[in-house]
Design a protein around this ligand. Structure first.
Ligand SMILES: Nc1ncnc2c1ncn2[C@@H]1O[C@H](COP(=O)(O)OP(=O)(O)OP(=O)(O)O)[C@@H](O)[C@H]1O
Ligand SMILES: [Mg+2]
Length: 262
């Protein structure tokens, strides 16, 4: 059974890709097969933070140059990636048929996947809502800024009203400390739950960290380059909590034909 996790935010540049990559590495420390899928089509950069150069991307699959299995690049024994393709403008506006092709391609991979991590683009475009709602868990990365709150609220509202997602896991990134992060989450949850019929679960915080900045510059995930850092410990805690997020049964189409129900 595969558990799929979408990493979203609404606002750009708040740390989705860095979070997705480090969660993938962290989950790979206790599970065998982690697939990171970069759904930031045409502007994909998960592979950059991993320090790999995929020779294939989802564009090769869509143009029938390879199967979905062949579009996978192995990063380590445990972690693999499907790149969303960079500099490919034709990927920016995928139609619904192509989104379904991708969903079905990933769901029918020949290898067994324990965790699928989907790195979503900023915003709440149809493609983001499609792939986020196809995941068992939708994680929202927030930073302690009003614009991040507003955009995350807009994303949650769209995902809830357009695609029926009810449960969201919130990760506070670039946090000053644990107390302030938890307080920010509670403030955000209060606002969201006052106006929307949603459940927000706290998945934890990632500190503002120069080690993360250096790791990004060096194209080596912090959980590999600095496993004993506070940032890596935070990723371990967030990963553990995230996978415990309730996954209620829904009618929406899911990766791996999951129906939820935990
Ligand atoms: N906890 C953190 N501490 C310090 N810097 C961070 C942290 N998280 C992310 N960053 C920095 O923020 C920048 C943006 O991160 P990232 O690319 O992951 O954001 P994103 O949300 O995926 O952006 P986009 O919306 O463009 O896809 C990176 O350069 C990274 O170094
Ligand atoms: Mg990104």
């Amino acid at each position: 059974m595969t558990l799929s996790i979408a990493v979203t935010s609404g606002k750009g540049g708040v740390g989705k890709t860095n979070t997705a990559v480090n969660i993938a590495i962290t989950l790979g420390q206790s599970s065998k097969n982690i697939l990171l899928f970069d759904a930031d089509f045409g502007l994909a950069n998960s592979h950059v933070l991993l320090g790999t150069k995929p020779s294939k991307s989802v564009a090769d699959f869509l143009d029938k140059r390879c199967s979905m299995d062949e579009s996978i690049t192995k990063f380590s024994d445990e972690v693999s990636i499907i790149s969303g393709g960079s500099g490919l403008t034709e990927l920016l506006n995928l139609d619904n048929q192509r989104r379904h092709q991708i969903l079905s391609g990933i769901s029918n991979l020949s290898q067994n996947i324990d965790y699928l991590i989907v790195d979503c683009p900023a915003g709440a475009a149809d493609s983001t809502l499609f792939f986020a709602s196809a995941c068992d868990i939708v994680a929202v990365v927030l930073i302690e800024e009003p614009t991040s709150f507003l955009d995350a609220y807009a994303l949650i509202k769209a995902a809830n009203l357009d695609t029926g997602v009810k449960n969201f896991a919130v990760i506070i990134n670039m946090a000053e400390n644990k107390i302030i992060a938890k307080r920010s989450f509670e403030k955000f949850r209060e606002i969201a739950m006052r106006f929307l019929d949603v459940n927000l679960h706290y998945a934890g915080m990632i500190p503002q960290s120069t080690e993360i900045k250096h790791a990004v510059a060096q194209r080596m995930p912090v959980t590999i380059s600095k496993p004993k850092s506070k940032a890596s410990a935070a990723f371990r805690q967030v990963s553990n909590t995230l996978v415990m997020t309730p996954t209620p049964k829904t009618d929406t189409l899911k990766f791996f034909n999951n129906v939820g129900g935990k």
